[in-house]
Write a protein that binds this ligand. Structure first.
Ligand code: GLN
Length: 297
């Protein structure tokens, strides 16, 4: 069979199984199998595929048609231009989360010079101590460390399996990150940071059952379920982050598209934070909430 027809048949089988991006996934799986990139696939569309490759391709298609996430088949996901290893132990990094990383990086890079301490002035940069809470695959903390040279990232997660994946990602991408295992702020007793970033679980429990098959049966529930109102982890973060931020330190959280107002109110009612800014993602939905620990306390 010609490459073009093979991939078309793959697309057809995926579409029949109600896979969302059947065409993209059919091409991705062919590229994954053969090591080709999309350009090569296009240029070689009329070449014959040998029967062994054909069989292997349809085996991959069959797995994807069972609604196993593409990333669990290929074992990777691109995020902020880097290739992250993923497994069923971690949430697959979403493009939405790049909004949080970009905003955090911009914040770090645009800190006014006069805020530097004496040692930082000597070095010409401010050293930021950043905490990535609920780090999962490590995508946020590692990406930040790759963009900003003047930061020290600590990343933690309650799941030891996630920490294992994240550590592997940091090694592969040559990012120096301190990983610790533990529940929320428990492993950070007495530590204060210049910035806390987090993408905690925020889906309402009742909504889990209507998520896509790929997400609800293959991604870790512990990384998704934010409790009855979806806000359980934000309550813990808002209550405890203030004790783990230096005065003027930033708190930056990913949120669900309809949680901006809830978060703004929670932070305001707490009283220890500056008024929160809600930042939109590329499709224009509320995605990140950003505030500072008030320095006048
Ligand atoms: N954005 C993810 C999803 O919709 C959820 C991430 C989270 O709960 N932190 O699948």
């Amino acid at each position: 069979m010609k490459t073009r027809l093979l991939v078309k048949e793959g697309e057809y089988r995926l579409a029949k199984a109600f896979c969302m991006d059947a065409k993209i996934d059919a091409e991705e799986l062919y590229c994954f199998l053969t090591g080709m990139d999309k350009v090569a696939l296009f240029l070689r569309a009329n070449e014959e595929v040998d029967p062994k490759t054909e069989k292997k391709y349809f085996d991959l298609i069959a797995r994807r048609a069972e609604r196993i996430p593409l990333q669990h088949i290929t074992g990777t996901q691109e995020f902020m231009g880097h290739t992250f290893k993923v497994s069923p132990d971690v949430l697959i990094p979403r493009q939405d989360t790049e909004t949080l990383v970009e905003e955090a990086a911009r914040t770090i890079q645009s800190t006014p010079k006069e805020k530097l301490t004496f040692m930082e002035k000597l070095r010409g940069v401010k050293e930021w101590e950043v905490l990535d809470l609920c780090c999962g695959s490590g995508a946020i903390g590692i990406s930040l460390a790759k963009i900003c040279s003047n930061i020290k990232v600590t990343a933690s997660d309650i799941s030891s399996a996630a920490i294992k994946v994240a550590t592997e990602n940091a090694d592969n991408l040559r990012a120096k990150i301190k990983f610790v295992e533990g529940d929320m702020f428990a492993p950070h007793a007495g530590k204060k940071f210049d910035m806390i970033v987090s993408n905690p679980p925020y889906i309402r429990t009742a909504m889990i059952s209507i998520l896509q098959e790929e997400v609800k049966t293959h991604e870790p529930l512990g990384a998704l379920d934010g409790g009855r109102d979806g806000l359980e982890f934000y309550k813990i973060i808002v209550a405890q982050a203030a004790d783990h931020l230096k005065p003027g330190g930033f708190l930056m959280l990913e949120i669900g598209h309809d949680q901006g107002e809830d978060l703004r109110k929670m932070l305001k009612d707490d009283g220890r934070y500056t008024p929160a800014e809600v930042i939109k993602d590329l499709p224009g939905k509320d995605r990140v909430v950003k505030c500072k620990l008030r320095s006048d306390r």
